[in-house]
Design a protein around this ligand. Structure first.
Ligand code: IMP
Length: 430
């Protein structure tokens, strides 16, 4: 199996975890390379449900090496909580889970600031973040004043830097945002000391580890979080997350060159969802949107928030193919459309009276977009037991083919018809 990157093609929640789970079997090393505990990846395997936020989902496969790369922002307490839950389910990570020493830390200070910034923002300026401290942690990284995982090795240095950060963040929360700051320095240091003692054994130079594995010929799987249009550069800024969610993020977030990557797999949900604020041209604020939400179980794995739902958007996807260079698509949630009489796909936007077929870069233009739809026939059959593409109803095959056309005819790796591992059909293998 070649080295592959898995990326969400829309606004996240495309069902990446299931596809990663499917590919993990054939991989040796699974690397998470961006984002933090804002992500929520659900895997259903052998009737058991696992929800991941920071740990690569490959950990449930015995013997696989899992890496949290330098591009991730790591909340130590969230991470340890997740590890404890996994251990409680019998998953042993000993000797095969590593955190990059150059990944940045998310401290409780960042969470407090995230919440304060959101609550003090004027209504049009609220991003609708997950409240996990992601923006403030990446701000510190870019501002060159962040704390890194490797800093935990020297407690005195770490404690003095936390003390400085505490004073700075307290001022921002109280004086700039006008919010209360419910944390004492003593408590923060105590909590971090406990976390440090547990983290030290798994902190590593993961760049060296990844390159040693590459040299041995191991197969690498890069696990993206969030989705293409939440990318800090190419997404619907400012309604984005603070990391590089596109395929290029796998290189910067782990320290490998683009030539190390053979395949880029775009995970495409056959309709569109988004959580948080920001433009969403094909959003449905009606009974059809409600139906997609309830049949598709569209509620956030991290925050439980109901997701905004809408039709498949080919204009968005054309841009996603450009930004990521997809070599395969994985289509998810096809089963959600069973019982729909008709299904719409957006083929272009009308913006200021002109037809546009690739999503524009600027958010205010996207806000003006009126979707132009094509209507396809639905199907009535339950397809959740289908295991071969050719066994799908003719209308489902026609729908998939039209979706693929709107995605620049990138070959389809798999089509998923349910949350379980086995509810997957392979179309064009890697
Ligand atoms: P943040 O990443 O918590 O700062 O949130 C910024 C935006 O990204 C908000 O609209 C969030 O709802 C969205 N977001 C962050 N993580 C995810 C995810 O894993 N899936 C979907 N949306 C996300």
């Amino acid at each position: 199996m070649p080295n592959s990157v898995v990326v969400g093609a829309q606004w996240g929640d495309e069902g990446k975890a299931k596809v990663i789970d499917y590919l993990t079997d054939k991989s040796d090393v699974i690397i998470r390379y961006q984002g933090g505990a804002n992500a929520g990846h659900t895997v259903i395997a052998d009737g058991r449900k696992f929800v991941f936020h920071l740990v690569p989902s490959g950990i449930i496969f015995p013997g696989k090496i899992c890496v949290i790369g330098n591009g991730v922002v790591l909340d130590p307490e969230e991470f340890l909580k997740e590890l404890d839950e996994l251990n409680g389910k019998g998953i042993d990570h000993t000797g095969r889970l590593f955190i990059s020493d150059t990944a940045h830390l998310v401290l409780p200070l960042h969470r407090l600031l995230d919440a304060a910034q959101e609550s003090s923002a004027k209504s049009g300026g609220k991003i609708g973040t997950t409240g996990r401290g992601i923006g403030p942690a990446y701000s510190d990284k870019i501002n060159r004043c962040g704390l890194r995982v490797g800093d935990l090795r020297n407690w005195d240095y770490f404690a003095s830097r936390v003390t400085e950060a505490f004073a700075a963040k307290k001022r921002m929360v109280e004086e700039i945002c006008g919010c209360s700051f419910d944390l004492t320095l003593d408590d923060l240091l105590k909590r971090m000391k406990i976390a440090r003692d547990r983290l030290l054994p798994i902190i590593a130079d993961t760049n060296d580890l990844v390159h040693s594995e590459l040299a041995k010929g191991s197969n690498l799987l890069f696990e993206g979080a969030q989705g293409t249009f939440l990318d800090v550069d190419h997404g619907t800024y400012p309604f984005v997350t603070s990391s590089s969610t596109i395929a290029g993020g796998a290189c910067t977030g782990s320290g490998v060159g683009p030539s190390a990557i053979d395949h880029v797999i775009g995970i495409v949900k056959v309709y569109t969802t988004r959580v948080g604020n920001g433009p969403f041209p094909t959003e449905l604020n009606d009974a059809t949107g409600e139906r997609l939400r309830s049949v598709g179980g569209e509620f956030g794995a991290t925050t439980g928030r109901p997701r905004r739902c809408g039709w498949f958007d080919g204009v968005l996807l054309k841009k996603a193919v450009r930004l990521n260079g997809f070599t395969r698509l994985a289509l998810t949630k096809l089963d959600v459309f069973s019982g729909f009489e008709e299904i719409k796909v957006c083929t272009s936007y009308e913006i200021d009276g002109k037809l546009v077929d690739v999503m524009p870069s600027y958010t205010t233009d996207i806000e003006k977009a009126k979707p132009v739809y094509e209507t396809l026939k639905g199907w009535t059959e339950d397809i959740t037991a289908c295991r071969r593409f050719e066994d799908l109803p003719a209308n489902a095959i026609a729908f998939v083919k039209r979706v693929q056309q709107l995605c620049c005819d990138v070959p389809i790796l798999i089509v998923s018809v349910g949350p379980d591992r086995v509810q997957t059909m392979e179309v064009t293998p890697l």
